[in-house]
Design a protein around this ligand. Structure first.
Ligand code: PLP
Length: 376
């Protein structure tokens, strides 16, 4: 298998697997007061400290959740409901992941009004964002890196502009595709709420974290035993959380070298793919982890099947929106519906090699020639 779909989900690292196996043996409920429970709870404490360190946050500001989707829902719905008496207006970008976009649509049903700032060409205009702010704006949500185009948005300057207009507006950032792929801390971004997910950083599906800055109020969106200070009731999965933290800690240590490796792979792939007749869409400001490319009038599914027959895995657009009728994000980026239909997403991790890029580029090139001939 040649795997170029790490933005959909990443291969678990050895560190994650070993940490999972270790923590799985400490199977007592971390809320139990006996020594088994205390032992499990200590692993949660270690994990919270480590995730906090990767984000430059305090451990008390980290809440473990089951996914990036949960973190986004908890942040957007929970923080907006907590502020509802102050105002009911939310701003988000027009390229947010469905877990942000649809959470905001849910709030709309509850009487909130939404405004969307454009992401055309992969950048957000600070002045346009500020012009959308109203007296009743309570929350702004803008992702760090886009899962389909790879665009890296300038969160430090956007959050600064929002806070300059009103420091009471809560700034949420979905950092699922930027976490451990580009250097940042919650303070360098200037955000109040931030979401990350384990399975995008070589740990397992079923874990994630929400950063909530001290002093920011978030109402729970689910109710139960009050675990994670009430933000995510339900017995914590110690093995998933612990393995996430051990893996993230390692990735954090390797961040600089991983970024360099991925950038080299990206640039190599970009050159090869352009030579094969593919148009690269990803803007210059990107994480280099996602390469969005439009094929010369060949539908992405056709190319995906062609590559899959060689054991090469990529995505069309993003895995999460593969069921959507039209591609909201690529349209917002500025692609026509036909270009969107012909757009593929190649996503890298530090586990990929140049040889794999060669194989991918050759297979895309042969696919373009043979699929074009078939149309004649
Ligand atoms: N946000 C972004 C930008 C994503 O790419 C994804 C997953 O693709 C999510 C949120 C959701 O994360 P999870 O799969 O952990 O629910």
């Amino acid at each position: 298998m040649i795997y170029f779909d790490s933005a959909a989900t990443s291969m678990p690292s050895d560190t994650a697997s070993k940490a999972f196996a270790f923590a799985a043996e400490k199977y007592a409920n971390p809320s139990s007061v006996h020594s088994g429970g205390i032992e499990a709870s200590k692993l949660l404490t270690t994990a919270r400290d480590k995730i906090a360190a990767t984000l430059g946050a305090k451990p008390s500001e980290i809440y473990f959740v089951p996914s990036g989707t949960f973190a986004n829902n908890a942040a957007i719905i929970g923080a907006s409901r907590a502020k509802a008496r102050k105002g009911r207006h939310i701003i988000l970008s027009d390229s947010e992941h469905p877990s942000v976009h649809n959470a905001a649509l849910q709030l709309q049903k509850e009487g909130f009004e939404l405004s969307f700032v454009q992401t055309k060409g992969g950048a957000i205009d600070k002045d346009e964002l500020v012009s959308l702010i109203r007296d009743d704006t309570v929350l702004v949500s803008i992702m760090l890196a886009n899962n389909e185009t790879g665009a890296l948005y300038d969160i430090p300057s956007l959050s600064k502009a929002v806070k300059a207009k009103s420091k009471d507006i809560i700034f949420h950032c979905d950092a699922v595709q930027g976490y451990l792929k580009t250097p940042f801390s919650v303070n360098s971004l200037g955000v109040d709420l931030l979401s990350v997910s384990a399975h995008k950083v070589h740990a397992f599906k079923g874990s994630g974290a929400l950063f909530i800055r001290s002093g920011i109020r978030v109402e729970p969106i689910i109710y139960g035993g009050g675990q994670e200070s009430g933000i995510c009731s339900g017995t914590e999965s110690v093995p998933l959380i612990y393995s996430f933290a051990e893996c993230a800690d390692e990735q954090y240590g390797n961040l600089k070298s991983n970024i360099e490796k991925i950038k080299t792979l990206y640039e190599y792939a970009e050159e090869k793919l352009e030579a094969a007749g593919v148009k690269v869409n990803t803007p210059a400001a990107s994480t280099y982890c996602v390469l969005s490319a439009t094929l010369p009038d060949i539908k992405s599914e056709v190319m995906l099947n062609h590559l899959s027959s060689f054991g090469i895995y990529i995505s069309a657009g993003s895995a999460c929106s593969s069921h959507a009728k039209s591609n909201r994000i690529l349209t917002a980026y500025g692609l026509t519906p036909r270009q969107s239909e012909c757009t593929i997403r190649i996503s890298f991790s530090e586990y990929n090699t140049k040889d794999e890029v060669d194989i991918l580029a050759n297979a895309i090139s042969s696919g373009i020639s043979s699929l074009a001939k078939m149309r004649k």
